[in-house]
Design a protein around this ligand. Structure first.
Ligand code: NAG
Ligand code: NAG
Ligand code: NAG
Length: 373
């Protein structure tokens, strides 16, 4: 049935009244002296020339925003200026000041973040097709770039240098307890890092760097993910890169340190904007330190699952805890005596002459195997 003309007109008017087409300022450039205000976060954004990346205010939870760069259509944040300190939904702004510095201000004009560098003769800021936000001077040189201060993600062509690191973004949008960076031995490493302990779980600490396929004597400290899905690093033996399962092609990727402490290379499917994993550092996630908390047991069923020893219950979901001490070539009885005479030893695990002492806190009773009861 064809509706009468008056009703069609009414429908059209209501539609255009309630759903105005947002006028997205599709530019890749922020000019000197201009701002992006948080109130216009849906329309006032920078977009790379090919449209792949967007940069502006991103709503991380109600009324709280980070100044971020994300994959435009997949909505995945790849960099944030102020992950640890979101700004308010009113009056916050990012400004490329006339003096060349870029500053992020909160509702009360507190400066929450600023770019760090030598800002003489700055011309503008630009979001590149690589996802790099740069500040350029009048000679065209880059005087600051977001690629030098990554958050939880490296993008293809971004340099992994001695001075950068990744820290995962946890469920509350804050930084997690893991780090990806070059170690003191110049090896690209995953590190479990809490105030009480900092230890490497990738490359495998139970082997030598040589056995892990690393070169211990190259102090260059330079890594690089290329556009074809190959991750190279100065410490990889024979200069051999790690290669993604779907290597090659024209695929958009990201290398992200996830909240569970695993480093994964993701590929974007541009038909449904979903991400799939094409490479990961830890094929056995139970070897990620601290994953199950103090005295927790990680097992595969078949997904990695945390549980407690018999007689214990989960206390919390805290990602905390680690072995206290490893001692080699001991008998079970020696291990037992060491633990009993140490007030901070909560329990121990014994296997083939290796003592693993863990936890501090209240003393517990031992089973024959050395597990907790
Ligand atoms: C800052 O940049 C200007 C122009 O590029 C240069 O002349 C000056 O030496 C730099 N200052 C510092 C401290 O690097
Ligand atoms: C160290 O690594 C760099 C970068 O991969 C490479 O160019 C250089 O040849 C390496 N040096 C040695 C001594 O292997
Ligand atoms: C991408 O997603 C589409 C739609 O879900 C699917 O049919 C296709 O197989 C996916 N491509 C790849 C390479 O996974």
């Amino acid at each position: 049935m064809v509706p009468p003309l008056s009703s069609l007109l009414a429908t059209a008017c209501i539609l255009s009244f309630f759903a105005p087409i947002p006028r997205v300022t599709s530019t890749d450039i922020l000019t000197l002296g201009s701002s992006l205000p948080v109130e216009a976060y849906q329309t006032s954004i920078l977009q790379s020339q090919d449209g792949t990346f967007s940069c502006g205010f991103y709503s991380v939870y109600t009324n709280a925003f980070t100044f971020s760069i994300w994959y435009s259509k997949a909505g995945k944040i790849v960099w944030s200026a102020n992950r640890d300190r979101p700004v308010h939904v009113r009056r916050s702004a990012i400004t490329l000041q006339k003096n060349g510095n870029m500053i992020l201000t909160d509702y009360d004009e507190t400066v929450v973040w600023q770019a760090d560098g030598n800002f003489t003769n700055v011309q503008n800021a630009q979001l590149l097709n690589t996802g790099n936000l740069i500040i350029k001077d009048s000679s065209g040189s880059t005087v600051w770039q977001s690629f030098d201060s990554p958050t939880d993600t490296f993008l293809p062509t971004q340099h992994i240098t001695a001075s950068v690191k990744l820290v995962p973004t946890n469920e509350l949008h804050g930084p997690g307890n893991y780090i990806f960076r070059f170690s003191d031995f110049s090896a690209l490493s995953l590190i479990y890092n809490v105030p009480e302990v900092s230890d490497i779980y990738w490359p495998d600490p139970d082997q030598t760097l040589y056995q892990d396929g690393r070169n211990q004597y190259n102090s260059t400290r330079l890594g690089f993910l290329d556009n074809s899905g190959k991750l190279a690093s100065s410490d990889f033996a024979d200069g051999q890169p790690l290669v993604a399962a779907d290597a090659g092609g024209n695929i958009k990727r990201r290398l992200t340190l996830d909240p569970d402490g695993n480093l994964r290379l993701y590929s974007l499917n541009e038909s449904d904007w979903s991400w799939s994993v094409s490479m990961q550092a830890m094929s056995q996630p139970c070897n990620i330190h601290g994953l199950c908390g103090p005295n927790g047991i990680c097992h595969y069923s078949p997904k990695p699952t945390c549980s407690c020893p018999p007689g214990y219950v989960m206390r919390n979901k805290d990602f905390w805890g680690s072995d206290q001490q490893h001692l080699l070539s001991l008998s079970f009885q020696q291990c037992r005596n060491i633990c009993i005479s140490d007030c901070t030893c909560k329990g121990f695990q014994y296997q083939e002459g290796l003592l693993i002492k863990f936890g501090s806190g209240e003393k517990i009773k031992f089973l024959e195997q050395g597990t907790l009861q």
